[in-house]
Ligand binder design. Structure first.
Ligand code: MN3
Length: 206
């Protein structure tokens, strides 16, 4: 089945003032849609892949026929990454931001000391991602870990389950923050949806 653009779970302006409405509209309606359109074009050439989810395709890139492997790595990757991204954010008026809650709060304390230390590690690591990519929080060997991936590469491809991720392609922040990626990274924590992050953390723990 062809991929479809999942609706944003809030209005374009819901993440203001941290992420502006125009960026959200372009990012969701144009950029995410383009990944889906391109992925669907590749899937049409190989109908046998259609029974797999994007996440499952990304878990085993070598199982993808070579003629569409790079296209799907980039575009099923873009679809998967953005589908996560929208849901792990929420309006500051609807519970987004603030301090972590629940099990993830305890795990952050155990592995980083406190939330400030996690943010520092995440922001510094992700700020240094050269060019386009993502910063991720994953759970590996019983510990939370910050990693980055270039382009639209997915943590699933490394056998890791993304708990939260921030998009540092310029399209995610340039209209409001221009070249100031660190300012965007610092502001972004004001829209993290900890309830959803806790759900993903439970899945990551298995
Ligand atoms: Mn993006």
């Amino acid at each position: 089945m062809a991929y479809e653009l999942p609706p944003l779970p809030y209005d374009y302006a819901a993440l203001e003032p941290y992420i502006d409405a125009e960026t959200m509209k372009l990012h969701h309606d144009k950029h995410h849609q383009a990944y889906i359109t391109n992925a669907n074009g590749a899937l049409e050439k190989h109908p046998e892949l259609a029974s797999k989810s994007a996440d499952d395709l990304l878990r085993d890139l070598n199982a993808i026929p070579e003629d569409v492997r790079t296209v799907l790595r980039n575009n099923a990757g873009g679809h998967s990454n953005h589908s996560i991204f929208w849901t792990i954010m929420a309006s500051p008026n609807a519970g987004g931001g603030g301090a972590p809650t629940g099990a993830i709060a305890d795990q952050i304390k155990a592995d980083f000391g406190d939330f400030e230390a996690l943010k520092k590690t995440f922001n510094e690591t992700t700020a240094k991602q050269f060019g386009s990519g993502w910063g991720w929080l994953v759970f590996q060997g019983g510990k939370l870990k910050v990693i980055t991936t270039p382009n639209q590469d997915s943590p699933f491809t490394q056998g890791l389950y993304p708990i939260l991720g921030n998009d540092v392609w310029e399209h995610a922040y340039y209209l409001k923050y221009q070249n100031k990626r660190p300012d965007y990274l610092a502001a972004w924590w004001n829209v993290v949806n900890w309830a959803e992050v806790n759900k993903r953390f439970a899945t990551a723990k298995g």
